[in-house]
Design a protein around this ligand. Structure first.
Ligand code: PLP
Length: 408
């Protein structure tokens, strides 16, 4: 038999969400009549909106006719969609030929590992979206910072906690090849300021690192002073790639449509173009995003579509405000929830303990913070993706359960 990829064997006890699903299944076996509410996994719940549905179904109808049928499209995406993304979402600060349309930010994150290959020094925010660490491990980009020698051997966790305003101390960040940075952040809900991103870009320029900036939640930023893209920062085009997605702002988690921006100015140490290599990868292992999904995305960028997107985001952000207000009212330290659909809450116990207790007593599924990295220990992530009535009921249960808990 063929040998197993030993990098996969190195992955720690499975991916976080399957573990939560396993515990949830066990709970349901023990409590078959329980009515669970999930504030856990960040999946969207609200139906697709009219203008976007018209875009999707118009393309489906077209495909049903000889005249309208299309097969493979351009691997980089439909030119009019690349243009619309560049103009409507980035106000023209990135040119359309640097926009690569894809089937989502997560698959692009995986393909970025192919771009950089094994043996790279990786830095990630701690806590962070688990895909950065796990895909790096799969590629063989594993290792640890050796505090004794001060040497950097592989992956490094950049501590992001309330004490540092969820922005890492870059003075301790060594010289990584690749820095994964997500803002607004999943799971902490922290949205970096312009000044913070300026520090990050300056750091990357000094250290000759490349930033993979995950902006999957940029549409949830409510504070107009906060940057929505790394490319709002001067000098970022020489050091950053941005991944982004329609999954959360328009409910495309199942439809699938994302994009990655690779600036022409970004070069490897030998002077070759990163964009050219990315194009080579996309034309080799990716055959273009679904034409139906691309037409849905194009409709989302029409005036009507943009208004619908704004309503959808506002709905989830109202959910976030409801959850945050309730937990803060109970005296919990809460973070995020203002410019991101996640509320990051400090508990006096370990994360899994808090998770289990909320599951057992309130029948609510959350996400244990430690699953996102060691600095997430003691925190629980609450997601604002849910139907309003479920959010209201969940909040009532939490109030009851957490009040009972605090009396003990
Ligand atoms: N990036 C972050 C930070 C996420 O939280 C998620 C999904 O939860 C994704 C990317 C996945 O995006 P997509 O659905 O476009 O693959």
């Amino acid at each position: 038999m063929a040998k197993r990829n030993q990098n996969i064997a190195k992955l720690q006890s499975g991916y976080l969400f399957p573990e939560i699903a396993r515990r949830k299944r066990e709970f349901m076996q023990r409590n078959p009549s329980a009515k669970l509410i999930s504030l856990g996994i960040g999946d969207t719940t609200e139906p697709l909106t009219p203008a976007i549905v018209r875009g999707l179904s118009g393309e489906v109808s077209g495909l049903a006719s000889t005249k309208g049928y299309t097969g493979y499209g351009e691997e980089q995406g439909m030119p009019e969609l690349r243009r619309a993304i560049a103009q409507k979402l980035y106000g023209g600060i990135v040119p359309e030929d640097e926009v690569f349309v894809s089937d989502g930010a997560k698959p692009d994150t995986g393909r970025l590992q192919i771009l950089f290959g094994p043996g790279r020094k990786i830095a990630v925010q701690d806590p962070s979206y688990p895909v950065y660490v796990d895909s790096s491990v799969m590629m063989g980009n594993t290792g640890a910072f050796d505090a004794g020698s001060g040497q950097f051997h592989g992956m490094q966790y950049l501590r992001c906690v309330p004490e540092n305003d969820f922005f890492p101390n870059l003075g301790k960040a060594g010289s990584p090849d690749i820095i994964f940075f997500c803002s607004p952040n999943n799971p902490t809900g922290a949205a970096a300021t312009k000044e913070q991103l300026r520090q990050l870009v300056d750091f990357a320029r000094r250290k000759k690192s490349i930033i993979i900036f995950d902006a999957a939640y940029s549409q949830f930023i409510r504070d107009s002073k906060l940057p929505k893209s790394i490319f709002e920062i001067d000098g970022a085009k020489e050091v950053a790639i941005e991944v982004n997605s329609f999954s959360k702002p328009i409910g495309f988690t199942g439809v699938r449509l994302g994009w990655t921006i690779v600036p022409e100015k970004l070069k490897f140490d030998d002077g070759t173009s990163v964009r050219k290599d990315w194009n080579r990868i996309m034309t080799t292992v990716f055959n273009g995003a679904s034409n139906v999904a691309q037409h849905g995305a194009l409709a989302a960028l029409s005036d009507k579509g943009l208004a619908e997107m704004e309503n959808m985001v506002s709905y989830y952000m109202e959910n976030a405000a409801i959850i945050k207000k309730a937990l803060s009212g109970l005296g919990y330290e809460t973070y995020g929830g203002d410019n991101a659909p996640y509320i990051w809450v400090k508990f006096n116990s370990g994360s899994w303990e808090a998770f289990e207790s909320i599951l057992e007593k309130a029948h609510i599924v959350t996400t244990p913070g430690v699953g996102f990295g060691p600095s997430g220990e003691g925190f629980v992530r609450f997601s604002a993706f849910g139907h309003r009535e479920n959010i209201i009921e969940a909040v009532e249960r939490l109030k009851k359960h957490l009040q009972e808990n605090s009396k003990k």
